[in-house]
Design a protein around this ligand. Structure first.
Ligand SMILES: NC(=O)C1=CN([C@@H]2O[C@H](COP(=O)(O)OP(=O)(O)OC[C@H]3O[C@@H](n4cnc5c(N)ncnc54)[C@H](O)[C@@H]3O)[C@@H](O)[C@H]2O)C=CC1
Ligand SMILES: O=C(O)[C@@H]1CCC=N1
Length: 269
């Protein structure tokens, strides 16, 4: 069977996408090859998903879609390694590297269709959020390929490339903020006397239920907050503490800092 999907960098995000694409049968394991430097990761991925693995990234270029999932810090080295081989073929290159711009990708892979994408880890369970931006050589078929691929792991939105660093700061990094939030909610429950397992169950279902409510009713978050805060009640006491701690300002600053860091990572390359 021909190799259809190649991944360079089989780390956290490479695996998140790979696992879902295999479980959803978007690709058969035999249609996937992963270029990965770590022998432990190679053997884990081959064993866990039945995909082909190699330490030679050039072998991965036989795929018709090539996903770059290495760290931005090694982009220049990997691009230089691939450039001579890729110049002879016309695969679609999809980069999920934070900060690395379309112009950097197009400079590294002249004449090839490239797409810059920013997925996130909930892709593992089909609840990902991916933004894509198309390079100049990417046509409708390439866009369809990227949309089909990322739709299999969650929602997809196309954005102008100028917004990609902001996307990275919000939805790319966002799962970490939400995980911190859930952990802290659970800690609060424990501080108030709940057993850990119950506290975590309550925290998770409260986040899930609130998101579902907001999505299904399209209610503004401020309206929901108003509905929960009974006059002189418990919620306003809690909200007051969050405001005192700078909760909202902290989250806004976090998204801006992550977005800024995405810009820096691109500028370094
Ligand atoms: N972790 C996340 O939630 C997200 C990450 N990204 C992007 O995905 C990329 C990968 O991030 P992670 O998976 O978190 O990092 P990671 O460190 O888990 O994975 C990178 C993998 O690349 C391998 N590697 C290093 N040099 C290599 C080379 N020359 N050839 C082949 N493989 C090589 C490493 O052994 C490692 O397994 C980054 O560019 C990041 O910006 C994008 C969206 C979300
Ligand atoms: O932390 C990072 O740099 C990557 C990009 C978005 C999420 N994780």
């Amino acid at each position: 069977m021909s190799v259809k999907f190649g991944i360079i960098g089989g780390g956290v995000m490479g695996e998140a996408l790979l696992s879902r694409l295999v479980s959803q049968k978007i690709y058969q394991p035999t249609e996937i090859i992963v270029g990965e430097k770590s022998p432990e990761r190679r053997s884990y991925l081959a064993h866990q998903y039945g995909v082909s693995v190699t330490d030679d990234n050039l072998v991965v270029t036989q795929a018709s879609v090539l996903l770059l999932a290495i760290k931005p810090q090694v982009f220049t080295a990997v691009a230089a390694e691939l450039a001579s081989v890729l110049a002879k073929s016309v695969p679609l290159i999809i980069s999920i590297l934070a900060g690395v711009s379309l112009s950097q990708l197009e400079e590294a892979f002249p004449q090839l269709p490239v797409i810059r994408a920013m997925p996130n880890t909930p892709a593992t369970v089909g609840a990902g959020m991916t933004a894509i931006s198309l390079g100049a050589q990417a046509g409708d078929r390439d866009k369809q390929t990227a949309q089909q691929l990322f739709s299999a792991v969650g929602e997809v939105v196309e954005v102008p490339e100028t917004l990609m660093d902001a996307v990275t700061g919000l939805s790319g990094s966002g799962p970490a903020y939400v995980a911190l939030f859930v952990e802290a909610l659970s800690d609060g429950g424990v501080a108030a006397g709940l057993p850990r397992a119950i506290a975590t169950q309550l925290a998770l279902q409260t986040v899930r239920g609130t998101v579902q409510l907001l999505q299904e009713t399209q209610m503004h978050p401020a309206e929901l907050k108003d509905r929960v805060t009974s006059p002189g009640g418990t919620t306003i006491a809690g909200v007051t503490e969050l405001e005192r701690a700078g909760f909202r300002a902290g989250l806004i600053a976090a998204v801006k800092a992550a977005s800024q860091r995405s810009q820096e990572l691109g500028a370094k390359e």
